[in-house]
Design a protein around this ligand. Structure first.
Ligand code: 13P
Ligand code: SF4
Length: 300
């Protein structure tokens, strides 16, 4: 009897499908993906994909970005209700209102937002390029949505800008405390601390490296250290352990993103079988969201 994995591989070929998975997905989902990566990397791959179908294993804002960047492709999500809570913390209407209060400001928006919110932004950014993007803007005043932690981090790295913070946050990264880090440091005193910029500022102050999920992997591979405390979602353990043999990675047990874990091998197989559920967006939203996303990719 063929396994779920074999069935996925066969059907994937028949459908000429490309499977993309975020670094926080379940290990077995990462393993069947053609590419596993961070938000920026996956957006770039999606924008250039020439397969007929893109299967997006992750959360809705990521699949929407893939659709906006490559609108002629069929983008399917095995779990269409996997929505990042931070993306619900900033609507298009709220951005329009904020612009009215800060007439000289531009809007830089984290990709963890809906396509309709992106349509109201000047430019998007991800955790790996946020500092570059903000620094590249001609405006001094910048409304940074929706992540207040990433926004504060960017403000500390771009002191010439006046960053107006939003009230959004990632519940997973917000739940990581500096006490969690010191508890792990007490157990593993030689460990190097790496943290995602969605973490609170006191956690970031305790980190040796602050970076996106992909940046953490690059850093761990290149580092001479043998042990790491990783302040991000626990799905990262899979690639870190696979790609850095002989090194050990310690996570904060409760740092689990339940929406990223919704996609399973069964839901990927069902999607390939039934060719559902497709990401669809209004034409004008796609057209308007494309500018900020493309501008981001051009700055890099
Ligand atoms: P990355 O861009 O680092 O992959 O992060 C995405 C995300 O959702 C972090 O919580
Ligand atoms: Fe959203 Fe946080 Fe999950 Fe990333 S880890 S998808 S920001 S809830």
């Amino acid at each position: 009897m063929s396994s779920l994995k074999d069935n996925i591989t066969t059907l994937k070929k028949d459908r000429n499908a490309l499977i993309l998975a975020h670094n926080y997905c379940l290990p077995e989902v990462q393993d069947i993906a053609d590419h596993t990566g961070d938000s920026l990397g996956l957006s770039i791959i999606a924008s250039k994909a020439d397969a007929d179908v893109i299967i997006f294993c992750g959360v809705t804002f990521m699949a929407e970005s893939a659709k906006v960047l490559n609108p002629r492709k069929k983008v399917l999500m095995p779990e269409p209700f996997a929505t990042c809570p931070m993306a619900s913390m900033c609507s298009a209407e709220q951005i329009i209102d904020a612009r009215k209060c800060h007439k000289d400001a531009c809007v830089v928006g984290y990709v963890n937002t809906t396509a309709s919110a992106k349509a109201e932004m000047d430019i998007c950014c991800t955790s790996s390029n946020a500092v570059n993007i903000v620094s590249s803007m001609k405006e001094k005043e910048i409304i940074f949505v929706p992540d207040m932690n990433l926004g504060s981090y960017v403000a500390s790295k771009a002191p010439s800008k006046n960053i107006i913070l939003w009230n959004g946050y990632c519940p997973v990264h917000q739940s990581i405390t500096v006490q969690n880090i010191s508890d792990l440091k007490a157990k593993y005193p030689n460990a190097v601390v790496v943290a995602h910029p969605e973490c609170r500022s006191d956690v970031l102050n305790a980190a040796d490296l602050i970076g996106s999920t992909e940046k953490m992997i690059e850093y761990a591979k290149a580092s001479d250290a043998k042990e790491f405390i990783v302040a991000t979602e626990i799905g990262m353990k899979h690639r870190l352990s696979k790609e850095c043999p002989g090194k050990r990675f310690h996570f904060i047990d409760h740092a689990l993103c339940s929406v990223m874990k919704m996609t399973t091998l069964s839901s990927v197989l069902r999607t390939l079988n039934e060719m559902t559920t497709e990401v669809t967006l209004p034409e004008d939203t796609m057209e308007r969201a494309k500018g900020p996303l493309k501008r981001m990719i051009d700055v890099k």
